[in-house]
Design a protein around this ligand. Structure first.
Ligand code: RNT
Ligand code: ZN
Length: 416
C-alpha cells in the first residue's frame, strides 16, 4: 500500500474523531524548530582552540566532527535535507567566522563576523537565533556575569551587549526575529558563604546588558536557568526563581531547558503556568538521563507532553529550540533524530481532538479522558507522518538512515 493510500485511510479515521489531518499538516509545517549548531562539533566553536568548559560536557568520540565552518554548514544542509519543513538555526557567539589570521575577542565581536552565517541562512530561507558564549574562554574560568572581579564582569557584559547588536543584525537581514538566549555557568561546587552577592551582581550585569538601546520587535532576549552543573553542584547563580522573576519584571523571555530541573520535575507542567503570566515562552528541548546529560531527544512521553502543551496553548507563543550534544553516535543522525522526533511529538499532539478532551474534563468525565488519551495513542500517527515527509520531499520512514550512512562513508569518514 502506498504512503498516499495509507494516509487516506488514516485521514478517514481521524475525521471520525473530528481531526482534519490536512489542516494539521499545514499547521505542523509552520512550526519552526531552532536547530542548535553545536551538535555538529561537540560545542567547540571556531573562536578558540580550548576545551569545552562551564560544567557542560559532550561524551563520546565518534568520528566525523565538523572542524570548520564549511564542514558544519555542509552537515547542517545534510540534516535539513532529511527534515521536513522550514526551521531556524541556533548559533553561539563562539561560532564567529574570522578572516585568515584574524583574532577577535568575545567582547569585540561584530555583525561582520557572522556575515557568512547570514549568507547561509538567507540562501535557505532560515531564521537565526543567537547565544552569547559565556564559557570555554580563559575569562570564564571562575565566573562571568556574576564575577567578583569587576574587569571580568565588564568583559562579559560587553560580550552580551555585542551579541544584542549581532542578534539585531540577524533579524534585520533575515526579516525574522532573533531569540538571544543568555545562559551563564556561574556557581559553586560547594556550599557558598554568600548566596546573595553573586546574584546581586548578575542582576546588575543583566540591567547593564538590556539597558542598551535595541529593537525589541527584532530581538527577544531570553534568560536560561539551571539547577546545577558539573563542578557547580551546590549553587547556581542563575537559578530558576532568579531568572523567572528577572524575566517577568523586565519583559524578557524566560527560557526553560527541560534538563535543568530536579529529575522528577517536568517542563510540560510548567508551560501553562508560565503562559498565564508571559505572552511568550522559550524552550530548550533536550533529554536528561538521570541528570542534565543532554541526550538526543526521543519520541518519548515527556517530549510528547511538552508538544501537547505547546499545541494546546498556541504554538505561536512558544519558541522551540533543541539543546543536546551527543558525540557517541553519528552527529548527523543525532540532529535528524532530535528534529524529527520533536516534529513527530508535535504531530501526535495535533492529531488529538484536544478541545473535545478539555470539554470532557470540564464535565468531570475523567474516566473517559483517561480512556480516550490511551486509545488515541495507537491511532495511525505514523501514516500521517510518512505522508508529511513525502509531501515535503524528505526521506520517508527509515530511508534517511541509508542517506546518513552514505554521507558518513563519503564525507564524515574522510575527516581524520
Ligand atoms: C547548558 C545550557 C545551555 C547550553 C548551550 C550550549 O546547560 O543548557 O543552553 O547547552 O547554550
Ligand atoms: Zn539549554
Amino acid at each position: 500500500m502506498s504512503v498516499q493510500t495509507r494516509y487516506e485511510e488514516a485521514k478517514a479515521m481521524y475525521a471520525k474523531i473530528g481531526v482534519d489531518t490536512d489542516a494539521v499538516l499545514g499547521q505542523l509545517k509552520n512550526i519552526p524548530i531552532s536547530m542548535h549548531c553545536w551538535q555538529g562539533d561537540d560545542v567547540r566553536g571556531f573562536d578558540n582552540p580550548g576545551d569545552l568548559t562551564g560544567g557542560i560536557q559532550t561524551t563520546g568520540n565518534y568520528p566525523g566532527r565538523a572542524r570548520t565552518p564549511e564542514e558544519l554548514m555542509a552537515d547542517m544542509d545534510k540534516v535539513f535535507s532529511m527534515v521536513p519543513g522550514k526551521h531556524k538555526i541556533n548559533l553561539h557567539a563562539s561560532y564567529a567566522i574570522f578572516e585568515e589570521g584574524e583574532a577577535v575577542d568575545r567582547d569585540k565581536l561584530e555583525p561582520k563576523h557572522f556575515a557568512k552565517w547570514v549568507e547561509y541562512a538567507k540562501a535557505r530561507g532560515l531564521g537565526i537565533d543567537f547565544n552569547p558564549t559565556c564559557f570555554s574562554h580563559p575569562l570564564s574560568a571562575d565566573a562571568t556575569l556574576s564575577s567578583e572581579n569587576e574587569e571580568i564582569r565588564q568583559f562579559w557584559i560587553r560580550h552580551c551587549q555585542a551579541c544584542i547588536r549581532i542578534s539585531e543584525y540577524f533579524a534585520t537581514e533575515l526579516g525574522i526575529p532573533c531569540v538571544m538566549n543568555i545562559w551563564v555557568p556561574d556557581g559553586y561546587k560547594d556550599i557558598p558563604a554568600d548566596r546573595m552577592a553573586p546574584r546581586a551582581r548578575l542582576k546588575d550585569s543583566l540591567d547593564q546588558i538590556i539597558g542598551i538601546d535595541y529593537d525589541k520587535s527584532k530581538v527577544y532576549i531570553a534568560v536560561e536557568s539551571k539547577v546545577f552543573g558539573i563542578g557547580f553542584e551546590s549553587y547556581t547563580v542563575g537559578s530558576h526563581e532568579f531568572y523567572m522573576n528577572y524575566a517577568a519584571r523586565n519583559g524578557l523571555l524566560c527560557l526553560l531547558d527541560n534538563g535543568h530541573y530536579h529529575p522528577t520535575e517536568v517542563v510540560s507542567d510548567k508551560i501553562s503556568s508560565m503562559l498565564c503570566f508571559y505572552d511568550k515562552l522559550a524552550l530548550h528541548v533536550t533529554r536528561g538521563v538521570r541528570w542534565d546529560s543532554d541526550h538526543v531527544v526521543r519520541y518519548d512521553d515527556e517530549t510528547r507532553e511538552i508538544a501537547k502543551e505547546i499545541v494546546v496553548n498556541g504554538a505561536d507563543r512558544v519558541f522551540i529550540a533543541l539543546d543536546f550534544f551527543d558525540a557517541s553516535i553519528n552527529r548527523i543522525a543525532a540532529w535528524v533524530l532530535g528534529m524529527r522526533n520533536m516534529q513527530k511529538a508535535l504531530l501526535s499532539a495535533l492529531l488529538v481532538p484536544n478541545e473535545k478532551l478539555a470539554q470532557l474534563q470540564q464535565e468531570r468525565r475523567l474516566t473517559e479522558v483517561f480512556a480516550l488519551q490511551e486509545e488515541y495513542k495507537l491511532y495511525p500517527v505514523g501514516d500521517v507522518w510518512n505522508y508529511f515527509c513525502e509531501q515535503n520531499g524528505v526521506p520517508v520512514q527509515e530511508e534517511w538512515i541509508d542517506e546518513m550512512l552514505k554521507y558518513e562513508s563519503e564525507v564524515l569518514s574522510k575527516r581524520v
